[in-house]
Design a protein around this ligand. Structure first.
Ligand SMILES: Cc1cc2nc3c(=O)[nH]c(=O)nc-3n(C[C@H](O)[C@H](O)[C@H](O)COP(=O)(O)OP(=O)(O)OC[C@H]3O[C@@H](n4cnc5c(N)ncnc54)[C@H](O)[C@@H]3O)c2cc1C
Ligand code: SF4
Length: 330
């Protein structure tokens, strides 16, 4: 590992100033992803700016009935927060589905959003990878890609975003707040992650050196009836091979409102707008749920060894929406 400096900051402006003065420095949250990448040589920062003592560690209700979540709230505290569990249960479930108890005690909301892909070529510095080394190629297209993207990918990169938390945030229209030397800014999650295109190394629309300060969830009464379901290759301590965050308001057998987002299928949490449109105002039936998933997944371009994800996502959609419909009827 290359030598690096370390600084602990106590105020937001001080943190932003340090990154402004040294573009090769990195913010350090829980370090559960960044430090691993430093050990393998994927990341080689000159300095770590530890943000964990910034006053960004609270979850608060907003005046309009939403929630504001600080960037340094740990994954454990987020999942345990009573208002998150009551008003956005799929978010608490998604966070709890990730990593392990020890990791969730360290990992922060800001770091979770910016964790990097688990594509094996990206983390192996002896291999080419367009994301790590632009222009070097994407061996995953012809090689190991059973857990790679089926939606929104290009021949330049087929990696998935690994976050479970981000999938629930996508379903609930989260807005990411950040601070730069020029002042604060906001990005809806839908605009936060950039399309892959031919620049997979450019992952987010965050300005250079920006510090994520928090995430705001707008009020969403539908979110109280929500669920996160994750499929993985072993029962714990594994990333998703497919996941869904779903919320459903169904009355008299008719879908009044629905939110759907998929995980482990694209370079970002995938909001399933086509499926939502297909369902809204129609019957809450297994046939309709399957047809809605088909409408969304019509855009899928699976690789030779990850076509199973299309069936997996279709089945997850039907199963989770059926469960939510049955619960609404009780
Ligand atoms: C074995 C293992 C299993 C895992 N399984 C899962 C899983 O199943 N599901 C899942 O979702 N995740 C999983 N994770 C990933 C884990 O959730 C992330 O590592 C974690 O959320 C990252 O948070 P962190 O605070 O530790 O980030 P760090 O490692 O500290 O930082 C990650 C990135 O974010 C940047 N950063 C951190 N905070 C800020 C900020 N406030 N503003 C701007 N930039 C910032 C850092 O500079 C760095 O680039 C797993 C991790 C491990 C090691
Ligand atoms: S899928 Fe993306 S991260 Fe993986 S090797 Fe290809 S370019 Fe790199």
């Amino acid at each position: 590992m290359k030598d690096f400096g370390y600084e602990r900051v106590h105020d937001v402006s001080g943190a932003v100033a340090l990154l402004g003065a040294d573009p090769d420095a990195r913010y350090l949250g829980g370090g559960t992803n960044l430090v691993d990448l430093m050990k393998t040589g994927v990341e080689r920062p000159t300095r770590l700016v530890d943000v964990r003592e910034l006053p960004l560690d609270s979850v608060e209700s907003t005046e309009d009935g939403g929630l504001r979540i600080g960037a340094t709230v740990t994954n454990s505290d987020l999942a345990a927060h009573p208002e998150v569990r009551r008003r956005y249960p799929a978010l608490a479930q998604a966070v709890l589905a990730g990593a392990s108890g020890q990791l969730r005690n360290m990992a922060t909301v800001g770091g979770n959003l910016l964790q990097r892909t688990r594509c094996g070529y990206f983390t192996d510095v002896t291999k080419p990878c367009n994301k790590r080394e632009p222009g070097s190629g994407c061996p995953a297209v012809e090689g190991e890609h059973h857990n790679h993207a089926i939606l929104g990918a290009t021949e330049h990169c087929v990696a998935t975003h690994p976050s479970d938390m981000g999938v629930a945030l996508a379903a609930f229209d989260a807005v990411i707040g950040y601070e730069t030397a020029e002042g604060p800014g906001e990005l809806p999650l839908a605009d936060f992650y950039l399309p892959v295109g031919d620049t997979p190394h450019l992952e987010t629309a965050l300005p250079s050196g920006a510090l994520i300060t928090g995430v705001t969830l707008p009020p969403a009464p539908v979110a109280a009836a929500s669920r996160y379901r994750k499929v993985r290759e072993r029962a714990s301590y594994a990333f998703a091979i497919g996941s869904i965050a779903a919320a459903l308001d169904v009355r008299d057998g008719v879908v009044r409102e629905v939110r759907l987002a998929y995980g482990a299928v694209a370079s970002r949490p995938w909001r399933a707008h086509a499926a939502e449109r297909a369902l809204t105002g129609g019957p809450a039936s297994a046939e309709a749920f399957a047809a809605a998933a088909d409408a969304e997944l019509a855009a899928a371009s699976p690789l030779p060894r990850n076509g199973y994800k299309v069936t997996l996502l279709r089945n997850l959609t039907v199963a989770v929406l059926t469960e939510l419909t049955e619960e609404a009827a009780r």
